[in-house]
Write a protein that binds this ligand. Structure first.
Ligand code: KIV
Ligand code: ZN
Length: 387
């Protein structure tokens, strides 16, 4: 990649996202989501973990065959069996990638029972094997953040020498904070021989609610691939949300002078489909894609937005593909919003008529939490009947 301002978007909704307990998707649903991601401009789709089950293998193969633009990636542990199975699934893609990982922190080394040198040998061997199968190999140091810094430099150097083209530095347990996330990437870029020849990726979990901030901090320090999921779906508290990092880069170009290939107008549709097929509702106040993310109910906000939308909105609903109105009618709404809303519904009112409807609207809003268009139409029909 020659454009140093380009940030690659690596979507793992179908792998890390699907690892959320209860978020299992069917073969056809995965294929549909993958096609939407491909069409939206995602650079790399992690389609699954082929060794995990026959179903995962079939889904990754089908996505590899059907993809048009995106690199299709599969996950594998650091052994030949996993890597071979992964290759069998992704090899059908026009642009396949093998992603292999091993836990490098003391806790994870304890689980695999490998000493530091044995692990180095394993990384060299498995990355070389993957690279003999596929030109595009991503290597991840699972739990990188809790790995001793000098050892992290050694394992990253080993993976680069063995042929990895992307090095991923995951915050597997969502433990880091933005400054540390940036410092680690900066340190690796400075200290590891060959670091300038590969792409560094950031993969953050959201256990402390920091996944978006940590990913952006890593980019500021030189990472050029963000691993993320739609709606932030993922293990435990989830992963970095794709819609948040992409919109942050778009909205704050002054502080984040980078570009992505994402067609942001497709975000809302993907968010809704992922929510439907995974069965995970999106929280109402979720950044960017929550039901309330662009809704204004208080009279002061509604009035401001009606006069100049930028008073209370930093991005346009249309930028993420929202076509519905951004005015929510409720007991906090004012006259100006009611007049605009009724005009949208086809009712142009004189001032005295508006006063009358406004009184009845407030009485209704005190009784009912949300006022829908149909409620307003009923109010207007009532009004006409009584005059
Ligand atoms: O969180 C993590 O460390 C992972 C790796 C497999 C990349 O998901
Ligand atoms: Zn993860």
């Amino acid at each position: 990649m020659t454009d140093t301002s380009r940030v690659l978007i690596f979507d793992t909704t179908l792998r890390d996202g699907e690892q959320s307990p209860g978020a299992t998707m069917t073969h056809d649903e995965k294929l549909e989501i993958a096609m939407l991601l491909d069409d939206m401009g995602v650079d790399i789709i992690e389609a699954g973990f082929p060794i995990a089950s026959e179903g995962d293998f079939e889904a990754v193969s089908a996505i590899a065959k059907a993809s048009k633009n995106s690199v299709i990636c599969g996950l594998s542990r650091a052994n030949y069996k996993d890597i071979d199975r992964c290759w069998e699934a992704v090899k059908h893609a026009a642009r396949p990638r093998i992603h292999t990982f091993i836990g490098t922190s003391p806790l994870h080394r304890g689980i695999t029972n490998l000493g530091q040198d044995e692990m180095i040998a394993r990384i060299a061997d498995t990355v070389t094997h993957a690279r003999n199968l596929c030109e595009d190999v991503q290597w991840s140091a699972m739990d990188a953040i809790r790995t001793e810094r000098d050892y992290l430099c050694r394992v990253v150097e080993t993976a680069i020498k063995a042929g990895a083209t992307t090095i991923n530095i995951p915050d597997t347990v969502g433990y880091t904070l933005p400054q540390e996330s940036a410092d680690i990437i900066a340190m690796l870029l400075e200290k590891v021989p060959g670091a300038d020849q590969v792409i560094f990726a950031t993969h953050c979990h959201n256990d402390l609610g920091m996944a978006t901030a940590n990913a952006l901090a890593a980019v500021s320090a030189g990472a050029r691939q963000i691993e993320c999921t739609i709606n932030g779906l993922g293990e435990r508290a989830g992963n970095t949300a794709l819609e948040e990092v992409v919109m942050a880069i778009k909205v704050r170009r002054d502080l984040m002078p980078y570009t992505t290939r994402i067609d942001t107008t497709k975000i809302m549709n993907l968010s809704r489909r992922v929510s439907q097929v995974s069965g995970f509702p999106v929280q109402f106040n979720k950044a960017v894609v929550g039901k309330n993310a662009f809704l204004h109910e208080s009279g002061i906000h509604q009035d401001g937005v009606l006069k100049n939308v930028e008073t209370f909105e930093i991005m346009k609903p249309a930028d993420i593909g929202i076509t519905e109105t951004n005015i929510a009618m409720g007991k906090h709404s004012g006259r100006a919003a009611l007049r605009t809303k009724l005009a949208d519904l086809g009712y142009e009112l004189a001032d005295n008529q508006l006063n009358d409807v406004f009184v009845r609207f407030k009485a209704l809003a005190d009784r009912k939490k949300e006022i829908y268009d149909d409620d307003l139409i009923a109010l207007m029909t009532d009004s006409a009947a009584n005059t």
